[in-house]
Design a protein around this ligand. Structure first.
Ligand code: PLP
Length: 377
């Protein structure tokens, strides 16, 4: 890993993630937003993202949107669901629950199927709700629930939605670019992600990969002016890369560079191998140090891993966090209500060697602590 001297630590978080020097350097110039050079850059980013979705016949398009990932989720929900429509949300963590909150704020009728945070979403229960409630028009699910690192059954979800003739919305924020996803093959209608997770760009924009024919139905449906996905799409199409409102030029340029670097790494399969190896080395090493993982292995994504606090009642997460930060690593607190956990991300420009170095630092932390507690009166 290449940390340039202005980066004091490596981010082992679910995003934003550590970026390459090339991606950071790409931001060192200014752009005119309506100049053809810039608009061509925008169009190239859109083409590459649509291509990554597996689109072969032009059935899909990509709309870029200013803001963090949640803005893109809110824009999609607010634009896709027509008056009189109803969204069924399959939820097993904070990001699924966030979609439910978006519906409440936008006054969009929603039904929620809640499941255990350590298990994948329950599709059978979702099917029972679907059978009972003919008002449901759309279904939504998070692919990798970053709350815990659980990976949800995307193919089975997409099949269920298609079997019932409904529209699918997928929050693939923390998986796109790091896990192979055949969006087109699965027939997903709206797939949402952002620049600053597995694509290894910087924060500032999200995007939605959408079926053109479904997006074309969405005119005039949006409950917001700036989060109108349809209008954003039309402006980008007709203006050939023009954004409706000021575009995050530097972040777009960084994403362009990040997509180039993804291709140079060997595409999504190669990146997935690196992330999986990061995660394997992490879990093996952490278990050797006495930590236990929360999520059953079969449902664990390579993106982020949740660890339980050790039984030791002297364990202090803030102490461990500060120690690791000084050693050059930033990890993440847990996000569960009922168990004490912390999380370590394995995405971004992170390598298995970085993970080894983290484990070495943790070993050091543990031995210092043991020494200190031995001297306690
Ligand atoms: C990161 C993330 C989001 C978006 O979070 P923002 O803070 O708005 O960027 C949404 N869903 C999932 C699953 C995520 O991991």
């Amino acid at each position: 890993m290449d940390i340039s001297d202005d980066n004091p630590y490596l981010l082992l978080t679910p995003g934003p993630v550590s970026t390459s020097p090339g991606v950071r350097r790409a931001m060192l110039r200014d752009w005119c937003t309506w100049d053809d050079d810039y608009k061509e850059l925008v169009q190239d980013v859109r083409r590459r993202l649509t291509w990554l979705a597996g689109d072969e016949d032009g059935a899909y398009t990509t709309v870029l949107l200013q803001g963090s990932g949640t803005f893109a989720v809110e824009a999609t929900i607010g634009t896709a669901i027509p008056p009189g429509g109803k969204l069924l949300i399959l939820e097993n963590g904070a990001y699924g629950r966030r979609m439910a909150r978006i519906c409440r704020v936008l006054r969009i009728p929603a039904a929620i199927v809640s499941g255990s945070e350590v298990l994948p979403c329950d599709l059978e229960q979702a099917e029972r709700v679907l059978r009972r409630d003919p008002a449901i028009t759309h279904l939504a699910m998070v692919h990798v629930e970053t709350t815990t690192g659980v990976i949800n059954p995307l193919k089975e979800f997409a099949d269920l939605v298609r079997t019932y003739g409904k529209i699918s919305i997928v929050d693939g924020m923390s998986s796109f670019g790091g896990i192979e996803i055949d969006i087109s093959g699965m027939g997903i209608d709206f797939f949402i992600s952002s620049a600053n997770k597995c694509l290894q760009g910087v924060p500032g924009l999200g995007f939605v990969i959408a079926r053109r024919d479904e997006l074309a139905e969405c005119r005039g449906r949006a409950r917001s002016l700036s989060l109108d996905l349809y209008d954003q799409w039309r402006e980008m199409e007709e203006g050939r890369g023009k954004w409706r409102f000021t575009s995050p030029t530097h972040a777009v340029r960084a994403l362009h560079q990040a997509l180039q670097e993804l291709a140079e790494e060997g595409g999504v399969p190669a990146r997935n191998r690196r992330y999986r190896e990061n995660q394997r080395v992490l879990v093996e090493g952490m278990e050797r140090l006495g930590f236990r993982i929360l999520v059953p292995r079969a449902f664990q994504s390579p993106v982020i891993t949740t660890f339980l606090y050790p039984d030791d009642r002297d364990f202090s997460f803030p102490d461990m966090y500060m120690f690791l930060k000084r050693a050059g690593f930033v990890i993440y607190p847990g996000k569960l209500t009922d168990v004490d956990t912390f999380r370590i991300g394995t995405i971004g420009t992170v390598t298995p060697e970085d993970i080894q170095a983290l484990l070495e630092a943790l070993r050091h932390f543990q031995s210092v602590r043991l020494r200190n507690s031995a001297y306690r009166p």
